[in-house]
Ligand binder design. Structure first.
Ligand SMILES: C[S@@+](CC[C@H](N)C(=O)[O-])C[C@H]1O[C@@H](n2cnc3c(N)ncnc32)[C@H](O)[C@@H]1O
Length: 235
């Protein structure tokens, strides 16, 4: 199970926004260490009040550490990569690491003012950094949490996966061939070479569109219907 741990969050709004983001991405376990939790937090949580209401509130970092088998410290200032135990993971690398992990995982986020202290980061199993621009690498706390939770949510089956499957070569080919057949049946354009160009243009447009399989099926339906009508008219 994955928990989000906010270490001494100072901004009530950030706490609420993170609760909301957690619910958006299917997470519910929140641990707050000495939080500045106010009515404003609940207002920002909107429909995720329950995440705040069920949050575990602790008074020390050490007590939070004890809850977890595997800890991840997030930081916008990863330090030098050549220090192996602090070399940060990218968010998508963490997904692979904890995918089948059966224990309790705590993802720790730091204070808005000073982040996680060095000794806190050192106590973590791994650190994680979202790659950002070198010019301004440190993100807002709630937005950093949103990026990490979005990445982590990818490990679970999503309801939209089937609908978002990219069209296969065969599906795209079927769409183009149906279009070609329709042009041939219409005998349009009359000139066969121009008709080939029309087919090529359609094929290129289909290629560039990065269609989903479902979209191909939706597009092919009316074309087939038109073809059928034309063929019936000719009988
Ligand atoms: C506003 S930042 C802390 C800023 C603080 N001045 C510092 O230098 O660490 C608050 C928290 O957001 C998270 N955070 C911000 N930028 C991040 C990034 N690029 N990658 C991962 N976490 C980040 C970390 O948990 C950080 O402790």
């Amino acid at each position: 199970m994955i928990s989000v741990v906010l270490v001494e969050p100072e901004g009530p709004a950030n706490i609420g926004m993170i609760a909301r983001t957690m619910k958006n991405f299917g997470f519910s376990r929140l641990v707050l260490i000495n939080p500045n939790l106010t009515e404003e937090s609940y207002a920002y949580a909107v429909h995720a009040r329950d995440v705040l209401e069920n949050a575990l509130i602790l008074d020390s970092f050490e007590k939070a550490l004890e809850l977890f088998d595997f800890t991840v410290g997030t930081t916008g200032k990863p330090g030098k990569r050549f220090i192996p135990h602090r070399a940060p993971l990218m968010p998508w690398e963490l997904v692979g690491l904890i995918k089948d992990y059966p224990g309790e995982v705590g993802i720790f986020f730091g204070r808005e003012s000073i982040g996680l202290k060095n000794e806190e980061l050192d106590a973590m199993d791994v650190t994680l950094t979202i790659p950002t621009s070198e010019e301004y690498p440190v993100m807002n706390l709630a937005q950093a949490a949103a990026v990490v939770l979005y990445e982590l949510s990818k490990k679970r089956p999503e309801p939209y996966v089937e609908a978002l499957k990219p069209a296969t070569r065969e599906e795209k080919e079927a769409l183009v061939r149906t279009w070609e057949k329709l042009l041939n049946t219409l005998d349009y354009p009359k000139d066969a070479e121009r008709r080939d160009v029309f087919v090529k243009v359609f094929q290129r447009a289909v290629g560039r569109a990065f269609l989903y399989g479902r979209e191909v099926h939706t597009l092919i339906g009316p074309l087939r219907k038109a073809l059928k009508r034309l063929e019936e008219c000719r009988c």
